[in-house]
Design a protein around this ligand. Sequence first.
Ligand code: T4K
Length: 389
Amino acid sequence: MTTSIIPAAASFETPQYVGAPHTSAAVKDRYVSLMQDVFDRRYFTNNGPLVRELEEAIAQRHGVDHCVCACNGTVALILVLKALGLQGEVILPSFTFVATAHACLWQNLRVRFADISPHDLMISPDHVEKLVGPDTCAVIGVHLFGNVCDVRRLSGICDAHDASFILDAAHAFDCKVDGVPIGRHGQAEVLSLHATKYFSTFEGGAVLTDDGDLARRLRYYRNFGFETYDTVSCLGINGKMSEACAAMGLASLPELDARRERLVRTRELYAETLSRVPGVRLIPISERCDSNCHYVVVLLEDEFGRSADAVTEYMWRHNACVRRYFHPGCHSMEPYRTMEPDAGRELPVTEDVCRRVLCLPTNLADPAADVAGMAALLQQARALNTQCH
Ligand code: T4K
């Protein structure tokens, strides 16, 4: 028998996904109206007026001089690595979406995985300090799950070793570090605007930077290297954002503040409710971070008594579609696993966290009831284990 005041578990009627996109009737109406203009103009892509308007809006929102939109966050990262002319080894966490590492490999850069801190799951500056050397050309810090990495220490390490400092800010739209909006740290910070993100353009990415020269080069690289109509000055690619994607972003912008409030409230509800589920540890947002609260991440402690796999399977059966982001860590995925089969030995925290981590859905129709429902299912998953013994 449980003494918890959490109600008995029930299945959700429809699947509750981590990263379910935000939509509303107003967003749809604005989108349709903007797309009507796009059809009237018959200007669909190639740095169109909606892309330029969105870039301006994102730059203003983050207080940066330049925002360069791209077709997705992965390509935006590749464009930054290319435009900085990097060669050699890049240090980055293994505990991130595999795109962070893939971007390096697409640029023929070697990757060196750093471990994370067990408290906030961000890249460990202590480990970066041990790994950095003459071959290091850059460190990529990842602002994972709307939390922020230790930009002050990491940029100090990079400065001392003459390495570039880049931030994968895929999860960090609208977040702040010590009161400073993301976008102003390192050489550049890279957003993902994918459908599953806090702010979405269906597919999309953006680079934020105060470096005007870098922004100019990014625009060339994003457009096949074209500097003028007839002059190609570098090996560019097609990394452009379409007007349809920019329209989605512009249609969604007016609702972001309300969305954020709702996510902050949802996180508070999770914190309160999960504190009553033994063995479930909510990963805190660091004090230096003002977060968008788009992700709620927990670790299953030994006390919980069930594996993350078993819990995931149980939750999905009840339409609570939790995700094991970012299990099993990039170092355990191909091609990295074959390249460095023993990398895990240097990444004990990453390995441990990957076994225990769960991300919970946050875009909930009725946050109070749905958070209680999620917690009840977790409680039930735990109780089933107890009954089995
Ligand atoms: N760096 C980091 C740290 C990242 O997390 C990412 C992307 C990147 C870089 C690269 O940015 P992009 O190139 O993607 O812009 C998803 C996203 O595709 C990916 O953007 C994201 N990170 C990653 C964390 O999540 P999957 O493989 O987990 O996606 P999928 O299809 O399983 O969708 C996730 C959940 O969202 C599903 O359970 C269902 C739900 N969903 C998904 C879509 C697409 C919806 O409800 N509606 C939708 O339209 O990678």
